[in-house]
Design a protein around this ligand. Structure first.
Ligand SMILES: Nc1ncnc2c1ncn2[C@@H]1O[C@H](COP(=O)(O)OP(=O)(O)OP(=O)(O)O)[C@@H](O)[C@H]1O
Ligand SMILES: [Mg+2]
Length: 273
């Protein structure tokens, strides 16, 4: 199988804090890989490094064999990596349709001059993007909201609009940062179904950050576990589930975390049924 993504010894510091430490990962085309770990483990930072939101200070990121380590984010996006955000990042006052259209910005096939002169090429391209955005809204079952400001949508629908926005750029690799956050069991089940469908339909490779073990177990073929920026385990989800280092990271050495830190304990994936 072809390697779509290769991360070699990636590290990132925030001042004196080492948020990611010598992180390596290989993802094959068509795989669905999970990234889990307690709060503050460094998961989102890794997504921010892959997508060029943070500058990489150490390590290498290769996408389809090409070194993209120091590329700006718009170039990474147009090369084929898209993402959703842990904290939904829609433009609240803009319509749902425009939010999705903006996701295709890096792909626009007209020059600034053509846009300023509203040339034929510009208009054709704009229409193509609009059609594509409508198709995606329909695919994600949110067409009814197309003209509404994004802020009017219920939370679950906003998450689906984010996925539509990510897919308008026709990515090969999709990074999902806690897509099931705040969802109940049946919503999470529905999300699992949707992710599997779009993966097939759009021939995607997916990296998923997720706290709900149900979602990880149902979706991922391989899981990496981080704690304080370090990779503490790696393997199929069924094995990771029982891994001593993983249990320790989530529950604490003495298992007393539940009482001492109820907030952190609330994120232990095994507590979610
Ligand atoms: N922009 C930033 N500036 C300073 N510190 C940051 C920044 N972003 C993250 N951190 C710190 O880096 C560490 C890793 O954060 P990160 O958001 O990657 O964790 P995470 O695994 O995604 O956690 P969560 O499950 O809570 O989303 C944390 O200690 C966090 O406080
Ligand atoms: Mg995070």
């Amino acid at each position: 199988m072809l390697k779509i993504l290769e991360i070699i010894d990636l590290s990132h510091n925030f001042g004196g804090l080492r948020a990611v430490s010598d992180f390596s990962l290989e993802v094959e085309e068509g795989e669905l890989v999970g990234l889990i770990g307690p709060n503050g483990a460094g998961k989102t930072t890794i997504f921010n490094l892959i997508t060029g939101l943070f500058k990489v200070s150490r390590g290498t990121i290769k996408f389809q064999g090409e070194d993209i380590t120091r590329w700006p984010s718009h170039r990474i996006s147009s090369r084929g990596i898209a993402r959703t955000f842990q904290n939904i990042r829609l433009f609240k006052e803009l319509s749902v349709l425009d939010n999705v259209r903006l996701g295709g910005y890096a792909q626009h096939r007209y020059t600034l001059l053509e846009a300023m002169g509203r040339s034929k090429n510009f208009k054709v391209e704009e229409e193509r993007q609009r059609q594509r955005a409508y198709e995606l809204l329909a695919r994600f079952n949110v067409s009814a909201y197309a003209e509404a400001p994004a802020k009017n949508l219920p939370y679950g629908e906003q998450r689906r609009v984010e996925m539509a926005r990510a897919l308008i750029s026709s990515p090969r690799l999709l990074l999902l940062d806690e897509p099931a956050a705040g969802m109940n069991q049946s919503e999470a089940q529905e999300l699992i179904r949707l992710i599997l469908e779009i993966k097939k339909e759009f021939s995607l490779t997916i990296i998923l950050i997720e706290h709900q073990m149900r979602v990880v177990l149902n979706l991922c073929q391989w899981v990496k576990v981080l704690d304080f920026g370090e990779t503490i385990a790696s393997g199929p989800p069924q094995e990771i589930h029982h891994h001593p280092a993983v249990l320790e990271a989530y529950l604490g050495r003495d298992g007393g975390l539940m009482e001492e830190e109820p907030e952190r304990a609330a994120h232990v994936p095994w507590t979610v049924t």
